[in-house]
Design a protein around this ligand. Structure first.
Ligand code: G4P
Ligand code: NA
Ligand code: NA
Length: 194
């Protein structure tokens, strides 16, 4: 997605050979116009998939997920990372291991939000090692719903999550695939692969 790649080139900060900071439009400040275009792009790619719900994880997945839900005209559910006071039992949960933080955390969604007849599109801001996306996929499958695929804003193609998840048969659509962050520059993959 051209507009997104240009934004990354212009405002992204390469923190290391593996980490890209995008706090001016995705992870802290949010660019609503860009999010709307991202929503349109995900909606176009999944328009024939029969999506009935979108599932993401708080917090940075919510903006792109919401815009996609607006266009597909379906509800948007965000998995919670912390236990909620009002959301206690009746939960679907999955454990997500973070390589960066070297810790495991449970994510959860109320069983009331997902049903067998649902067809779900997963959305997230980043795909790196894929632990979050695998957790989301597990969690949705516990409900009996079908997962039609995943929409990712920025995939780090040099990490293994995307390859593994595609090899497991899930359709993954990434709007920008970063092939390398070495020497302080962002290099994109030629074309987004499915
Ligand atoms: P891992 O699979 O590589 O181990 O990822 P990890 O769980 O450690 O990721 C921790 C957080 O960092 C996640 O957000 C993830 O989306 C994000 N992340 C991973 N790589 C990058 C990167 O290169 N750049 C940026 N900006 N973020 C990255 P989170 O903690 O769930 O936070 P949020 O959703 O509230 O923003
Ligand atoms: Na994030
Ligand atoms: Na995220």
């Amino acid at each position: 997605m051209k507009m997104l790649k240009e934004k990354i080139q212009k405002e992204g900060i390469v923190l290391s050979d593996t980490v890209l900071k995008v706090d001016t439009f995705l992870n802290h400040q949010i660019d609503p116009q860009l999010m709307q275009e991202i929503g349109k792009e995900f909606a176009a790619r999944f328009k024939d998939a029969g999506i009935t719900k979108i599932v993401t994880i708080e917090s940075s997945g919510i903006a792109p997920a919401l815009m996609t839900g607006l266009i597909l005209d379906v509800p948007v559910i965000f998995a919670r990372k912390r236990k909620s006071l009002t959301l206690s039992d009746n939960l679907l949960t999955a454990t997500v291991y973070s390589f960066t933080k070297q810790e495991s955390n449970d994510i959860s969604v109320s069983k009331d939000m997902l049903h067998e007849e649902d067809v779900v599109l997963l959305i997230d801001d980043f795909l790196a090692n894929g632990q979050a996306l695998k957790g989301l996929n597990d969690l949705v499958k516990q409900s009996g719903a079908q997962v039609a695929g995943a929409g990712i804003v920025i995939e780090k193609g040099f990490q293994t999550g995307g390859k593994e998840i595609r090899a497991n048969g899930l359709r993954v659509e990434s709007l920008a695939i970063v092939e390398s962050l070495v020497n302080g520059g962002v290099v994109f993959a030629e074309e987004s692969v499915n």
